[in-house]
Design a protein around this ligand. Structure first.
Ligand code: TRP
Ligand code: SF4
Length: 327
């Protein structure tokens, strides 16, 4: 029996290379060794974005296309949208009964986001309960491992605490999930800040050859390198950071050539363009195939929801029974 994995991502529309190398590539890899369930968490999107939901459906669709492009495979994994499996909401409610307010107020992302998203009114019940909903996602599938980034570790920790408290009251229903941290390739944006759509410094996950060329052209290199003869400092160069992230086996060579002025930035960039283009090409192809076939995508999500519902319903029934609710 394969161990169970669950992870979720908020529907943000098209993804960028940072999302691919930091998460999706790993999710795709895990499919062979684990029973994976991957969920588009549209309810979670509401917790911080309930005033503006006009683009939500479209964002779900675009992101799912990128998931499929990245190699998430409906034959191996369960892929579904959170709001089509109501059992997550029922479990959220049950878990909310045993979750002390103090635990939620102490979650680091809670205070931080309250501060950072100060333009929006997120002093809501739903937002405070964000990690309880996340716990419900994970526990509805009795997942043993949760592949996430560093920032999500407190949420998985909280899930474990909720499990202990629930099991203490009602018997041993849930396993304690563990965060699965991948060795992430940190990819900066083309300006050197964190890659993010809100900075406009991203390269999309299925960028066209033209976009790749344009974005690499605009990458900041070693400013001290004015002439080709000047030795460069790869450690301050964004192009070099990309080599490290997408072709680590070439990075040492690039660094050596650069620091003895054996290669010029123009050639160095054009090699990176080719590398990225080669890496992205199969993703682009897969995305196009699915994009031409929206019915197929819809069906993948329906099938996924059906499977997820079956698993979640059995788990939630067990929780109801353990609590002693009317049946
Ligand atoms: N909170 C996660 C994030 O922002 C998304 C998420 C929701 C999730 N439910 C989950 C991640 C369950 C892992 C497991 O990235
Ligand atoms: Fe950067 Fe390459 Fe130019 Fe060196 S040669 S500064 S690594 S682009």
């Amino acid at each position: 029996m394969k161990k169970r994995i669950f992870s979720g991502m908020r529907p943000t529309g098209r993804l960028h290379l940072g999302n691919y190398l930091g998460a999706l590539k790993n999710w795709a890899r895990l499919q062979d060794d684990y029973q994976c369930t991957y969920c588009v968490v549209d309810w979670h999107a509401l917790t911080t974005g309930y005033e503006d939901t006009a683009g939500l459906k479209n964002k779900v669709e675009e992101m799912v296309l990128d998931w499929l492009a990245a190699g998430l495979d409906p034959k191996k994994s369960v892929l579904f949208v959170q709001s089509s499996v109501k059992q997550h909401a029922e479990l959220h409610l049950l878990l909310s009964m045993v979750t002390p307010l103090g635990w939620l107020e102490r979650v680091p992302t809670y205070k931080q986001q309250l501060r950072e998203l100060s333009g929006r009114d997120i002093a809501t019940y739903g937002f405070l309960g964000y990690p309880v909903l996340q716990a419900a996602d994970i526990l509805a599938h009795k997942a043993e491992y949760v592949p996430v980034g560093e920032d999500q570790v407190p949420h998985v920790e909280l899930t474990r605490e909720i499990v202990r408290r629930f099991n203490h009251f009602f018997g041993n229903v849930f396993p304690e999930p563990e965060a699965l941290l991948a060795e992430v390739k940190l990819l900066p944006g083309i300006d050197g800040r964190k890659m993010s759509k809100s900075y406009g410094n991203e390269i999309s996950m299925t960028a066209s050859s033209e976009e790749i060329r344009d974005k690499v052209q605009r990458m900041v290199t070693d400013p001290a390198r004015i002439h080709v003869k000047d030795p460069g400092h790869p450690d301050v160069c964004i192009v070099y950071k990309f080599y490290e992230a997408v072709a680590s086996e070439m990075a040492t060579g690039v660094a050596e050539e650069c620091s003895k002025a054996g290669i010029g930035c123009v050639r160095c960039k054009s090699r990176l363009v080719d590398l990225l283009d080669q890496m992205i090409e199969p993703l682009r192809k897969r995305r196009d195939e699915y994009a031409r076939n929206p019915d197929m995508v819809r069906q993948i999500l329906e099938e996924g929801a059906k499977k997820a519902r079956k698993t979640a319903e059995a788990v939630v029934a067990e929780a109801r029974e353990a609590i002693g609710l009317w049946r």
